[in-house]
Design a protein around this ligand. Sequence first.
Ligand code: NAP
Ligand code: HSE
Length: 426
Amino acid sequence: MEKVKIGLLGFGTVGSGVWKVIEANNNAISKRCRKELEITKILVKSLEKARSAEAPENLFTDKFEDVLSSDVDIVVEVMGGIEPAKEYILKAISAKKHVVTANKQLLATNGEEIYKAAVENGVKVFYEASVAGGIPILNTLKDPLSANQIEEIIGIVNGTTNYILSKMTEDKKDFETMLKVAQDLGYAEAAPAADVEGFDAAYKLCILSSLAFKSSIDVEKVHREGICDITPLDIEYAREMGYTVKLLAIAKKKEKGLELRVHPTFIPSNHPLASVSDSYNAVFLKGNAVENLMFYGRGAGDLPTASAVVGDIVSVITSENSPSYEDSVLGNIEKCDILPIGDLETQYYVRLTVEDKPGVLGKITSILGDKNVSLSTVIQKGTKDSSVSLVFMTHKTSESNLQAAFEEVTKLEGVHKIENLIRIES
Ligand code: NAP
Ligand code: HSE
């Protein structure tokens, strides 16, 4: 059987997963492709490092040039980061090699340059693994959902933060310990701030939205907040009020433009996304023909991610003459306005620390009333301390009104601190 030679850039969590999946499933894969996959070179940073998957030593190199000169057909980039990943991908494309990558950071920030180079050189760039790990969401948006206008996407697209929040909620574990476990399990990015500060989810939202809304999206315009400020107290208040805290990536098509935001969110505990735990991801979307759809699966880890990478390798081989993602993205790019976060209208949870004395609550509610912020719930729990937690849940209100109101509230005597402000998605 004819062989397809693959150059693998990176042999960490995902790269070693790709090796294992090809080793385990090559028979079935070659029946589908009518070609046999063979990894002929593996680029790593350190040749000395012990490896979790057993690949022959002679395949490893620390020089990218060895990969290109070994006559590969497809270059698979699973190194991560911008450089040298970008340089290597562009060199591979110039050398007329198809590329498969899992690198959401690179695609969200430099995607158009890479897709244009691919079109100019007549090669394909596939990147299913860059969003939601093993869930085949990008391919689904490209073809099976192309009959729809997508109206809304709400996703849990970061496995690390979902793992941490689930463990904090279900097992009362602490943030730092669970971050360390997520790193050990291979879910986290090399610099885990990318996960916990919401960058990774913002990159993924950008890639998803550019395909869903056929739009060129500047990732800097995605409103982004991470989970570092979420405390056990917020999780407990959420539970008491019937909500679960999740880091959501949200894209909604509005009359005046696109709402694009990543932030911790209270969602009703009976919402399908509330039960998505551990490193699982889920993407909930609404199309104008298909209505609501939800996709669910492992969002991180070696084999689930490798499933998407190897699936892309199969797509490169079997779809020689059909369009790939870059055609969908570059073919009909509309410039879409991205709405400022101040335009958002939703409900809010706000937790403050205040002095426990008469008049404080009255002054706060008077400011909120003046700014047209109406309250649905107020909780102040009795305690012997002079400082207490005061929790508000608002009715739907504009973010700019809410922010303006709480800026004034912070200046009041007796108000110590606004501890947290979390949006509610109902
Ligand atoms: P990783 O475990 O840190 O592995 C990175 C690999 O790339 C290592 O083998 C490393 O070599 C190699 N490498 C890094 N910089 C290099 C350089 N300058 N030159 C040569 N080799 C270099 O990362 P990972 O978790 O597999 O993630 C890889 C990519 O997949 C990232 O873009 C990530 O965002 C994406 N991704 C990861 C997951 C996941 O669950 N982990 C899921 C979806 C997408 P050494 O082994 O010698 O250090
Ligand atoms: N660090 C990423 C996550 C890997 O936790 O979701 C998968 O993209």
